[in-house]
Design a protein around this ligand. Structure first.
Ligand code: SF4
Ligand code: MG
Length: 328
């Protein structure tokens, strides 16, 4: 098949002094070869925890994956032994984060770090790996790559460092690249360049991408499909064009309205969804969006809606759409 990653009913929880936080509460989605999937939601909606769970990078304790399956090439990552996990992490699935310094070692030259990754994952000799490292830096648009390859991370600007990190992430030809707010720290123009670069390289290398962001505007032009997360659950799943054309979930509509428009006047205040995301400890059986939803009905306050399925794999969890009751 053409499915490369299948996440089924993933649940990840954190133990805190106040109780159990259900950070990810029954998340399911599939990723196809070469697809770019956006995972969008406010901070605390569970999007990062979802992806850290996929990579088994949840700090435990206090975190724990309590249920679910993560099928990669047919094998459940959640059941793999440590040594097999290492083969997947950074080899078949690469991650990049908002802060490149979390994945670059400040005390080592870029060449040392890239060569090490390439030797480890591709089994090349050191001189061949160095050639490949330079080639990767050129690919991500680092000028003067033959010289710059021997620089330290701090010798690059923020945007250039992000490019180096992308080179690092792609240097092992991963099947999947997971990018968590990859450009949030950068200014808008550089953001656009980096995202474009990721698109180009992924298309060239056939890498599937999971793009995690709080900013629906960022993923608008990049994603094939989008999952919208709220309070640890996916509340809407759709093809990106359809989602923007006709958002079904009231939360998705709010997110779309919050995206700054090009024709926005300076004095116009940007729309933001009123209220705060709920506390994920002891969340009652309800639609957790109800205190913020202008369509909230009686049933929304006492029952969580099951997914209503639409054509083309689209789904939404909202009582406005003839939903069935779900037992959590
Ligand atoms: Fe609003 Fe009810 Fe839909 Fe929740 S289920 S988003 S409260 S209409
Ligand atoms: Mg996050």
């Amino acid at each position: 098949t053409d499915i490369i990653l299948e996440v089924k009913n993933l649940r990840t929880q954190f133990r805190t002094d106040d109780g159990i936080v259900k950070a990810v509460d029954g998340v399911s989605f599939t990723l196809h070869r070469g697809e770019t999937l956006g995972i969008v939601g406010e901070s605390g909606s569970g999007k990062s925890v979802t992806n850290l769970s996929i990579m088994r990078l949840i700090p435990s304790p206090p975190g724990k994956i309590v249920a679910g399956e993560v099928l990669f090439d047919g094998r459940d990552i959640l059941k793999l032994k440590k040594e097999n996990l290492r083969d997947i992490r950074g080899n078949r699935i690469s991650m990049i984060f908002q802060d490149p310094m979390t994945s670059l070692n400040p005390f080592l030259r870029i060449s040392t770090q890239l060569i090490e990754t390439i030797v480890l994952h591709q089994g090349l000799s050191k001189p061949a790996a160095r050639e490949k490292a330079i080639e990767m830096l050129k690919k991500v648009g680092i000028p003067n790559a033959e010289k710059r390859v021997d620089n330290y991370p701090h010798q690059f600007s923020g945007g250039m460092r992000q490019r180096v990190m992308i080179a690092m992430a792609l240097s092992c030809n991963p099947k999947i690249l997971i990018a968590d707010e990859p450009t949030t720290a950068l200014d808008v123009t550089i953001q656009a360049q980096i995202l474009e670069l990721m698109q180009e390289l992924s298309a060239e290398l056939g890498t599937a991408q999971i793009l995690i962001t709080h900013d629906l505007g960022v993923v608008a032009g990049m994603c094939d499909n989008i999952c919208v997360m709220y309070a640890g659950r996916i509340v809407e799943k759709a093809n990106a064009d359809e989602l923007f054309e006709e958002p079904k979930h009231p939360y998705t509509r709010g997110l779309i309205k919050s995206v700054p428009r090009i024709d926005q006047k300076k004095h116009e205040k940007l729309y933001s969804i009123k209220g705060q995301p709920p506390n994920l400890i002891d969340l009652p059986d309800c639609c957790p969006f109800h205190p913020r939803c202008e369509h909230a009905m009686e049933i929304c306050r006492s029952r969580y809606p099951a997914a209503t399925e639409f054509e083309g794999g689209r789904s939404v969890n909202c009582w406005l759409y003839d939903a069935k009751e779900v037992t959590l």
